[in-house]
Design a protein around this ligand. Structure first.
Ligand SMILES: Cc1ncc(COP(=O)(O)O)c(C=O)c1O
Length: 340
C-alpha cells in the first residue's frame, strides 16, 4: 500500500475541542483512578476510547435525516432501510433495534434457554453477558494464533474448526446455533477468512445448526478478505460481503460501526424460522417492528451509512490509517497490541 492515503472525503463541518495541558491530564487521570470511562469527554484531547458511534456522518446521511418518516407503524424510512439491508445481505427479515446489544437480547431470549451452549470465535462482552444472563455458556474457540498479540497472521479471527467440531460432537444437543464475529473485536478486531466462514457454516449444517454472524465490522472484514485472501483481489467488497452473508442464516449488527451512525442496530434473518418470537420480544423490549428502538430519521441515516460504509476507497483509507499509526508507534518504540 502507498505510504499514506489522503482522506477520500471533504470535511464540511468542524467541532472545536478544548486544548488541555499535561499536568491537568495527569491530575484528572489520577482522580479517575486511571479508569478512562470516568473522564468527562471535554477533558480528553485525543479520544481513543472507542470508534463505536463516535464518527461524523456524511452529508448524504444528514440529508436523509430530513426525510425521516416518524409514523408509528409502516414508516417509509423502515422500508428504505429494509430494502438496503436485504440488498447487502440477501436475507429476508430486518428487525431494527437501538443498538447491537439490544439485537442480541431480542434474538437470544427468543432462541436460547438455560443450559445451552453457543460457540463463537470470541464473544463480544455484551454478547457474552446477554447469553450468560440467560444461563447459556458462551464458548470462545478462536484459533491459537488469535491469542498471540505479536504474531503476524492474515486471519487471526478464524474459529478453530477442530474444536468447534469436537463441541458439536460432544454437546450438539445443547447448541441452538453457532456464532462468528466479523471482525473479531474482542480478539483485537481481527478478520475472519472466507474459507473459515464457509467451512464453519458447512460444519454447522452437518449438525443441523444455523450460523448467526455478529457483523458490526462486516465491511472491514470484507475489505481484509479482498486484500489478503487469494482469489478476491478483483472482487468488489459488496460482492465479498454478499458471499459472507450467503453462508449465514442470520446476523446481529451494532450499526454504530460499519453502519456509520451514532446509534442503531438490527437483526437480520434468512427465513421465517425465529421471526414471530423475535418480533414479540421486540415489541416488549424495543418497539414496533417497523422502528425497533429507533426514530425514522435514524433508520434513514443507517440506510445511507450501510451503503457508504462499503466504499472501497474509504475502507482502504481506514485500514491504512490504522497501519500508519502502528508504524509511527513502532518507530517511536511505543508498545501496543499489533492488529496483524
Ligand atoms: C462485535 C460486537 N458485537 C456487539 C457489540 C455491541 O454493540 P452495541 O455497542 O451497539 O450495543 C459490539 C460493540 O462494540 C461489538 O464490537
Amino acid at each position: 500500500m502507498p505510504k499514506t492515503l489522503i482522506e477520500p472525503f471533504r470535511i464540511k463541518s468542524v467541532e472545536p475541542i478544548r486544548m488541555t495541558a499535561r499536568e491537568e491530564r495527569v491530575r484528572l487521570l489520577e482522580e479517575a483512578k486511571l479508569n478512562v470511562f470516568k473522564l468527562r469527554a471535554e477533558d480528553v484531547l485525543i479520544d481513543w476510547l472507542t470508534d463505536s458511534g463516535t464518527g461524523a456522518m456524511s452529508s448524504r446521511q444528514w440529508g436523509a435525516i430530513m426525510e425521516g418518516d416518524e409514523s408509528y407503524a409502516g414508516a417509509r424510512s423502515f422500508y428504505r432501510l429494509e430494502a438496503t439491508i436485504r440488498k447487502i445481505t440477501g436475507m429476508l427479515h430486518v428487525v431494527p433495534t437501538h443498538q447491537g446489544r439490544a439485537a442480541e437480547k431480542v434474538l437470544f431470549t427468543a432462541t436460547c434457554k438455560s443450559g445451552d451452549i453457543v460457540p463463537n470465535n470470541c464473544h463480544f462482552d455484551t454478547t457474552r453477558a446477554n447469553l450468560e444472563y440467560l444461563g447459556v455458556e458462551a464458548v470462545d474457540l478462536v484459533i491459537p494464533e488469535g491469542l498471540q498479540p505479536s504474531l503476524v497472521h492474515p486471519f487471526k479471527g478464524d474459529i478453530d474448526l477442530a474444536r468447534a467440531e469436537a463441541l458439536l460432537k460432544s454437546a450438539g444437543d445443547r447448541i441452538p446455533f453457532g456464532m462468528l464475529t466479523v471482525t473479531n473485536n474482542t480478539g483485537g478486531g481481527q478478520p475472519v477468512s472466507m474459507a473459515n466462514i464457509r467451512a464453519y457454516s458447512k460444519l454447522l449444517k452437518q449438525y443441523g445448526k444455523p450460523l448467526v454472524l455478529d457483523i458490526c465490522r462486516f465491511a472491514e472484514n470484507a475489505m481484509f478478505i479482498k486484500m489478503r485472501e487469494p482469489g478476491y483481489a478483483n472482487t468488489p467488497v459488496a460482492d465479498i460481503a454478499a458471499e459472507m452473508f450467503s453462508y449465514a442464516d442470520g446476523a446481529t449488527m451494532s450499526a454504530k460501526k460499519d453502519g456509520m451512525v451514532n446509534i442503531g442496530g438490527f437483526i437480520v434473518l434468512r427465513d421465517d424460522c425465529w421471526i414471530d418470537a423475535i418480533r414479540n420480544n421486540l415489541i416488549m423490549m424495543e418497539g414496533f417492528p417497523t422502528y425497533g428502538g429507533l426514530a425514522g430519521r435514524d433508520l434513514e441515516a443507517l440506510a445511507v451509512g450501510l451503503e457508504e460504509g462499503l466504499d472501497e476507497d474509504y475502507l482502504r483509507y481506514r485500514l491504512r490509517t490504522a497501519e500508519y499509526l502502528g508504524e509511527k508507534l513502532d518507530a517511536a518504540g511505543v508498545g501496543y497490541v499489533k492488529p496483524t
